[in-house]
Design a protein. Structure first.
Length: 152
């Protein structure tokens, strides 16, 4: 794979999608556990929004690695590690991304083991990690405008 310019349209769409998923997650009743558990649709919505936000985040990371560095990576944990190796993310951001990659895999493959209480805990204590990794990727892109194609 040969490096080429990042596609501004892809970056904009993925970033907007992730922010929409975060907004939807924060709109859920997260003030008290009982309010969250009071309607089973909250956990179902949380699981869907979280999974889709994580998938978009790793799709964005894969785009940066593929276009920006000519690296073909497919597994989410591999994407997290490669983003640190290429200095797109800091070590701390990379550790958060690695943890999120594992959690995304649990959401997809071991969904029956994830309780509504666990989802509530993730949303109230760890949601900022997703934001931190997104901002880390966007920081790297913003600092290198010459690596973007500018076509929207």
């Amino acid at each position: 794979m040969t490096p080429s310019p990042l596609r501004a349209k892809v970056v904009a769409q993925k970033s907007a999608w992730i922010k929409d998923m975060l907004k939807a997650l924060r709109a859920l009743p997260l003030g008290h556990l009982q309010a969250f558990l009071g309607d089973s649709r909250n956990a179902a919505a949380a699981e869907s929004y979280l999974r889709r936000g994580l998938e978009a985040l790793f799709d964005l990371g894969r785009h940066v690695l593929g276009k920006g560095f000519g690296r073909a990576v497919s597994e989410y944990k591999e994407i997290a590690r490669a983003l640190v190796q290429e200095k797109v993310l800091t070590e701390e951001e990379g550790q958060k991304a690695l943890k999120m990659a594992g959690y995304r895999n649990r959401l997809v493959h071991y969904y029956q083991e994830i309780s509504p209480e666990e989802l509530y805990q993730i949303l109230t204590q760890d949601l900022t990690d997703l934001e931190a990794v997104l901002f880390g990727i966007l920081r790297w892109i913003r600092e290198r405008p010459e690596r973007m194609d500018q076509e929207l």
